[in-house]
Design a protein around this ligand. Structure first.
Ligand code: PLP
Length: 460
């Protein structure tokens, strides 16, 4: 038996350009509105938060953006990442489907997040910035940016959602080891943190609140501190395209092409990273790959949320963008996939989903962990709780192929490992984990939780 399992590229295959779906997308981007005036944002609002090269990428219509050689040099520490054929999982499922996964957990941070962290730290450094703030949910993003900031000698303050801060002390220690400061959000360090604590001293926090704190610090710093976001924004999605570009080459090495590409979605960046280069092939070269975003039933942004204008954060500090949203005041159930608990979704993913170019499915965390454990037992890698959602959807596809007795080529993004998430696995194995699907009652209230926007005034 001579069957290939791992498809590895050389350093020369690290992409030289990021792919920007906005250069091909049939769906024009909606305007981005100022949080107070609700008029299209002006560059000066954005320059208070981000360095100019990232703002230019955010609005770019160029299909390809050159990756600076200095960034490719750092990518060489862990890229190209492997593409692996899950022979052993296929056998465990008894499926005729071929399952492949792109493994981003080989990075020093343990997930895909470092692909954009390196780029963001690089452009901030290059434009003279000395200090960054950010938020983190599960701690993956905070760890990734801590590493990148230590490479570029930038100071970093991380506002970590309080329930994750308590669930995952080792993520905090990891960030501190790289030199970052990490605070349990809401904190008493910011006006908006103090106001949330005044309302509820035991507030478990949310990504929306942690974003408000980090943005407030940057906005009040007189240009001394910039803000960095690990998902949702278009430039983040662009940076993650290295995943899909490599996967295209690796699928060619395997002499196969995926019928379906799957990724979990929090803000949408790892899914976009693997899926957008395949969407380009659908749009330009007549391929017909289904692109499936997987979210938790506890935060079903695409499948149950509204597609409308909403704030990116709870404290009204960020621009108002058109996206699938559960309402910016949403406080999610403390499910273990902390990175999937955001109330919104990347506007790019939202508009493509709304226009029918992408599919989405919501899965409960217990099924996701069952799938993750089966994956660990057959493939050996212990996945991040977020990634378990993608694995579960891939297994569902493989079992459906078995039922229909059809060959199906499935590719999913294994966005990270779960070595810091063992408490979640323990809760799962001891039957202490529960599902927390969003209630119908809550869904009925979303329209009252988003700002009213006068579109005629915006367009005037
Ligand atoms: C391992 C992992 N996968 C997925 C996600 C979800 O984020 P995104 O949708 O931006 O990829 C996160 C976020 O923290 C994560 O840590």
């Amino acid at each position: 038996m001579n069957r290939q399992t791992s498809f590895t590229l050389s350093e020369n295959d690290i992409p030289k350009q990021w792919y920007n779906i906005n250069g091909d997308s049939p769906v024009p981007p909606a305007p981005v509105l100022h949080p107070v005036t609700k008029q299209p944002v002006t560059p000066d609002f954005l320059t208070a938060l981000f360095p100019m090269p990232l703002i230019e990428q955010e609005i770019s219509q160029e299909r390809y953006i050159d990756i600076p050689e200095e960034i490719r040099e750092v990518y060489k520490l862990y890229r190209p990442t492997p593409l692996i054929r899950a022979h052993r999982l296929e056998k465990a499922l008894g499926t005729p489907a071929h399952i492949y996964y792109k493994y981003e957990g080989t990075s020093p941070a343990g997930s895909h997040k470092i692909n954009t962290a390196i780029a963001q730290a690089y452009y901030n450094k290059k434009t003279g910035v000395k200090s960054l703030t950010t938020e983190t949910g599960a701690g993956q993003w905070g760890s990734a940016l801590s590493i990148a900031c230590s490479f570029y000698n930038l100071a970093l303050d991380v506002y970590m959602v309080k329930c994750s801060y308590q669930q995952k002390p080792y993520r905090r220690i990891m960030m501190e080891t790289y030199g970052a400061n990490c605070y349990a959000s809401p904190t008493d360090r910011t006006d908006c943190g103090r106001s949330f604590l005044a309302d509820d001293p035991d507030c478990p926090g949310s990504l929306g609140i942690a974003i408000s704190e980090a943005v407030e610090v940057a906005l009040k710093s007189n240009g001394q501190i910039k803000y960095s976001l690990g998902s949702v924004l278009h430039h983040v999605l662009i940076h993650q395209s290295v995943i899909g570009e490599e996967a295209l080459k690796q699928m060619a090495m395997a002499d196969e092409y995926p019928d379906v590409v799957i990724g979990c979605v929090g803000g949408g960046s790892n899914f976009a990273g693997i899926a957008m280069p395949f969407l380009r092939e659908n749009l330009r070269n007549g391929m017909k790959t289904r692109l499936v975003a997987v979210e938790p039933t506890a935060a079903p942004t695409l499948t149950r949320g509204l597609y409308t204008f909403d704030y990116g954060d709870t404290g009204h500090m960020t621009p108002v963008v058109k996206m699938h949203t559960l309402g910016h005041t949403f406080i999610p159930a403390p499910i273990h996939a902390g990175g999937l608990r955001y109330h919104g979704m990347a506007p790019t993913i939202s508009s493509l989903y709304d226009a029918g170019y992408l599919d989405a499915v919501a899965l409960p965390q217990l099924r996701a962990f069952q799938a993750g454990r089966l994956f660990a037992q057959s493939e050996g890698i212990l996945p991040a709780p977020e990634s378990n959602h993608a694995i579960c959807a891939a297994i569902d596809e493989a079992l459906e192929a078995k039922e229909k007795d059809e060959k199906r080529v499935i590719l999913f993004n294994l966005s990270g490992h779960g070595h810091f998430d063992l408490a979640a696995y323990e809760a799962f194995m001891n039957n202490k984990m529960i599902d927390a699907p969003m209630s119908e009652e809550y869904i009925g209230t979303i329209s009252s939780r988003v700002p009213e926007i006068d579109m005629q005034a915006v367009m005037a």
